[in-house]
Design a protein around this ligand. Structure first.
Ligand SMILES: *Cc1c(COP(=O)(O)O)cnc(C)c1O
Length: 369
């Protein structure tokens, strides 16, 4: 699905040098490269605060903790996402309220949200699934009217551009109150291990999140609030700082692979290619097609030809064993349920060659012929 070694190989000198510098400096946590990387990412995103942390799941938890919610407060999100989005709500004893997604964009449907808002609703967590933004202007509007926070789960969308109705643009992860990002190796900007970050333009929330990520410490050994130990280490920061310079190039490589897939697959009647929207670019964290009725068969066929392809995600979260306590049942989110049976993500990374792409689409054509 991804070729991380080839990507490393092209910038090996720079990465190795950056890692050596960290080892020589012996500054492994906080300070040093971590601060450089936070500063450079801040500039890239054009956002006031970047707070690095241990991983994307921690970022979501830290964001939720910073909002100072009460047990049982409701948070709206989608059943068609990676488990973290829901998991942290459950851990913090908040009540996840799920809203179905759009069958074309895979993202939360803003127009379904209003009927789920009550006096205990405190936040909306849209997920920019596969690298395309949710409808943030509509979501921000709903949030403003109802005094809710918007926490973007931008883990799959670093480098995506949001396009406002007036034509202005902003990077995904800078549009809500807080955004959460992951530097898991296969993400758009991947470390050689775990990493995460929070983005915000809100000074108060930034301060709270920085403190929470560091045991809730105000000054050394004085704890203002209950926190956690969640940090990006300097080796990962050094690697990410090098790769950040190439992020736009990486996104373009994904987009051109996607264009090839689009062109070659759009004529096949058994497949829907990913829809595009006017309000977002697509960074193609995943290139995900819909294959009604024949998804599993196509996956097996491609695997038999040594083409990896994956289902993100095979079971919507409301149907997972761990989340049965929420009381949802099969049938509650028909779109998410249908998508979980239709979606198939094709190989997508920054090093796909024309030959590889050709081989993949020929195999798909052969399957449908
Ligand atoms: C990857 C991912 C996360 C979790 O990030 P980790 O760094 O693996 O903890 C959360 N939400 C979404 C949508 C993701 O894709």
């Amino acid at each position: 699905m991804v070729d991380l070694y080839s990507q490393y190989h092209k910038i090996q000198k720079e990465i190795d040098q950056a890692m050596h510098d960290v080892i020589r400096s012996s500054v492994f946590v906080k300070g040093g490269k971590v601060l450089d990387f936070e500063e450079n990412l801040k500039e890239y995103l054009n956002v006031e605060h970047v707070i690095s942390c241990g991983n994307g799941t921690d970022a979501l938890q830290i964001a939720m903790m910073a909002l100072d919610l009460k047990e049982g407060d409701e948070v709206i999100t989608t059943p068609f996402t990676f488990v973290s989005t829901l998991e942290v709500l459950a851990l913090l004893k908040l009540k996840p309220v799920l809203v179905d997604v759009d069958p074309n964009t895979f993202n939360i449907r803003a127009e379904l949200i209003n009927s789920h808002i009550n006096h205990t609703t405190k936040a909306i967590v849209p997920v920019h699934l596969y690298g395309q933004c949710a409808d943030m202007e509509s979501l921000n509007e709903i949030a403003r009217e109802n005094n809710l926070f918007v926490i973007e789960d931008a883990c799959q969308a670093l480098g995506t551009e949001y396009i406002f109705g007036n034509g202005m643009t902003a990077k995904a992860g800078t549009i809500g109150d807080i955004a959460c990002n992951s530097f898991f190796p296969t993400k758009n900007l991947g470390a050689f291990g775990d990493g995460g970050a929070l983005f915000t333009n809100n000074d108060e929330l930034a301060q709270a999140m920085r403190s929470i990520a560091n045991h809730g410490m105000s000054k050394r050994y004085y704890y203002q609030q209950i926190g956690m130990n969640s940090r990006l280490d300097a080796l990962q920061a050094a690697i990410l700082d090098v790769k950040l310079k190439y992020l736009d190039q990486y996104v373009m490589a994904r987009q051109s692979a996607a264009e090839f897939y689009d062109r070659e697959l759009s004529g096949i009647s058994g497949i829907s290619i990913p829809a595009r929207v006017s309000y977002s670019s697509h960074s193609f964290h995943q290139y995900t097609i819909k294959v009604p009725g024949k998804r599993d068969e196509l996956q097996r066929f491609l695997n038999s030809k040594n083409i990896p392809c994956m289902v993100y995600y095979p079971v919507p979260l409301h149907m997972q064993e761990a989340y049965q306590y929420l009381g949802y049942r099969k049938g509650d989110f028909p779109v998410a349920e249908e998508l979980s049976e239709q979606v198939l993500s094709l190989p997508m990374h920054t090093e796909l060659t024309h030959e590889e792409l050709n081989y993949i689409v020929l195999a798909i054509r052969e399957f449908f012929s």
